[in-house]
Design a protein around this ligand. Structure first.
Ligand code: CA
Length: 656
């Protein structure tokens, strides 16, 4: 028998205390956070392990010391509650809880909807008073007669990038209000900002994070500061640096609503990029101060796990985190009239939470557009089978995932700057592109073993797939082509660029464009520009006149897609039945016929062909006299039997 004393150190190392978060009480009520009325305001926070809790009240957001501190009363389901009598509008507040004999940092509650500069205090305010004139009449424009998600065309934009360049002609540079300005022009007299987006013809504007994020010092608008915003601080409040007055808790809310109303008035829907997978800070976050550890996943040894690569990952499978995410997206959707959500690193979240979110949002807005990144940025302790990964998209309630097979098939791998794709002459990428044309759905002519990543169709239906070839991450398409084809002339790379966008906008699925691709956006070879400032990130509107032929071509492709339902199939069986690839197409080329008649298209058949190689290709046509719908050089005319495609070119023909 071994003396107990000798065992003790072993126990301490091998069996660290596992906190049983699943035994924490759960609060089911809907009144977490502030509830303001003129006669009184109530507050409720969830802090199940606290021995005491208090609210600090301040006259001004930057006051160091509170003028009053009031204890909260212990209440149901691990919550603490207090009621303040009288009209307390304009008072600032935050909370502290006492756990294990120590008072926490003073933090706003995670549910705070209005915050001051840098989000350290929340504001007692009347939400109704944040509506700009006409907000009650604001309506999301229609984007699809039949409420089909594949009728959407998404454009991914950063709020500051849109207007900050001197060439934008926009007054409120870098602000929400900059995107509410109508009829703005570049020095070359071309439409910029909102006017350009309307002119382009896209249906949805996906905006990079505009909840309150951590990295930009809102108190120093004079400093050159920049961030994409993937570092959440206060999930339910808008970012202050996009408002004209970050210290005014109301201004950022009102101005964001003004921007959304302007988009809606101009026929554009708005998608919010949300980042519930991690918080910008870990130990000091408002989640972690009020309920230490609970909102995050842990490794076996108790340390924060890190599937996001950002120092922590949230635990959506725990009831109070699930409830938080659900109530947060519902709030944004209802209060800000948003039309969609893009979930950053969605593969971190569990499937049940994502499906609860989708079901709840569709009760508010049946044609809401939901999609996310079906992957993580590191190891995750929750099993793959439970998470919203790309390979599990069929288990999700109509939440689409990004198709990386297609992205890298078109232009080359994002993980190897020298790798080429189909559009830049890599014939081996052909099958990955055909896979993307069929929106990752089952198709009898695709050899799945030759697809770059997925060795099987991952979707059942094209509205489960975001079809894209670039986004804010990695090099822009323009830069990728320059880096991977150093010997190609700019004229040739322009052809490749147009070809890539032609492949994208004629493919099945939900197409997604990166802002500025329509005028060859460059970040000057910077691969990860999340904090590299305006000189790298700003949209340079001068390029619109320099590359007007690209803009015109993209507009033509968008118009064609919107006019022809054959490009917007909405079931997997339509894709299997109504797309016929030409199995005799020469290496480096792809040709396929769409059955227009079967899709109630005004064209009986549509023939689409791409030549990704640097050699001319002779392609046979199916029987009939084919008319040109769109060619890259603008040539028109009819074809029988065959057509010659120049290098790096696309052509779309049709039979009446
Ligand atoms: Ca902020």
């Amino acid at each position: 028998m071994i003396p107990l004393l000798m065992l003790l150190p072993f126990f301490l190392i091998a069996a660290p205390t596992q906190i049983r978060y699943d035994q924490y009480p759960v609060y089911k009520g809907k009144d977490l956070g502030l509830h303001y009325t003129a006669p009184f305001s109530t507050f409720r926070i969830w802090s199940p392990t606290a021995a005491a809790a208090r609210i600090n009240l301040y006259h001004h957001a930057n006051d160091i010391s509170p003028y009053q501190t009031i204890p909260l009363q212990k209440s149901a389901g691990g919550t603490w509650h207090v009621r303040l009598n009288g009209d307390n509008k304009g008072i600032w507040y935050n909370f502290q809880v006492s756990i294990d004999g120590h008072w926490s940092h003073a933090v706003p509650d995670p549910y705070a909807k209005a915050v001051g500069a840098n989000g350290q205090k929340a504001l007692i305010f009347d939400l109704k008073a944040t509506d700009p004139p006409g907000w009650a009449q604001d309506k999301s424009p229609s984007f699809s007669k039949n409420h089909r998600l594949t009728d959407a065309i998404i454009y991914e934009l950063h709020i500051r990038d849109a207007s900050i360049h001197p060439s934008s002609g926009i007054r409120n540079k870098g602000k929400f209000l900059g995107l509410a300005e109508e009829d703005t022009k570049s020095p070359e007299d071309l439409p910029t900002g909102l006017a350009h987006l309307k002119d382009l013809g896209v249906t949805h504007i996906h905006l990079l994070p505009f909840f309150d994020y951590n990295s930009v010092d809102e108190g120093r608008p004079d400093l050159p500061q920049y961030n994409w915003g993937y570092d959440p601080l206060n999930y339910n409040a808008p970012e202050g640096s996009y408002s004209t007055d970050p210290s005014n808790g109301i201004a950022r809310i009102k101005e964001l609503k003004q921007m959304i109303a302007a988009f809606h008035r101009n026929g554009l829907r708005v998608i919010m990029d949300v980042v519930y997978n991690h918080t910008g800070v870990t130990e000091a976050s408002n989640f972690n101060q009020l309920a230490p550890g609970y909102y995050y996943r842990q490794q076996q040894n108790g340390a924060f796990s890190n599937a996001t690569g950002c120092g922590n990952e949230t635990a959506s499978e725990r009831p109070m985190m699930r409830k938080f995410m659900l109530e947060s997206v519902m709030y944004w959707c209802r209060e800000y009239h948003l039309d969609g959500f893009r979930f950053d690193l969605m593969g971190v979240h569990d499937i049940t939470t994502m499906n609860d979110i989708a079901d709840a949002l569709r009760t508010i807005k049946p044609d809401i557009l939901l999609y996310g990144e079906g992957w993580t940025a590191g190891e995750c302790p929750l099993p793959d089978s439970l998470r919203a990964l790309k390979k599990n998209v069929r288990k999700l309630h109509n939440i689409a995932v990004f198709g990386d097979d297609f992205r890298d098939g078109i232009k080359g791998s994002v993980f190897d700057i020298h790798d080429k794709g189909f559009a830049s002459g890599k014939a081996e990428a052909t099958e990955s592109v055909r896979f993307g044309i069929a929106a990752a759905c089952p198709h009898p002519q695709i050899a799945y073993d030759k697809v770059n990543y997925s060795k099987a169709p991952f979707a059942w239906s094209p509205d489960e797939v975001i079809t894209y070839c670039e986004c804010h991450d990695n090099n822009t398409l323009w830069d990728k082509l320059a880096l991977s084809c150093p010997d190609a002339s700019e004229e040739t790379r322009k052809q490749m660029h147009k070809l890539a966008l032609a492949i994208l906008l004629t493919s099945q699925g939900i197409p997604f464009l990166h802002a500025g691709t329509e005028f060859g956006r460059t970040k000057h070879g910077v691969e990860n520009s999340y904090n590299t400032g305006d000189s790298i990130n700003a949209l340079d509107w001068h390029r619109m006149s320099q590359y007007q032929d690209i803009t015109t071509y993209v507009k033509d492709l968008i118009r064609l897609r919107k006019q022809h339902p054959a490009f917007r199939m909405y079931t997997g069986s339509q894709i299997a039945q109504n797309i016929r690839f030409d199995s005799q197409a020469p290496a480096g080329a792809i040709a396929y016929t769409l059955d227009g008649a079967a899709m109630q298209d005004s064209w009986k058949k549509i023939w689409v062909a791409f030549n990704g190689s640097d050699m001319e290709k002779n392609l046979s046509l199916p029987p009939g006299t084919w008319n040109t719908a769109l060619s890259m050089d603008g040539s028109k005319g009819s074809h029988t039997k065959n057509t010659i495609l120049p290098p790096h070119a696309a052509v779309i023909l049709y039979l009446k």
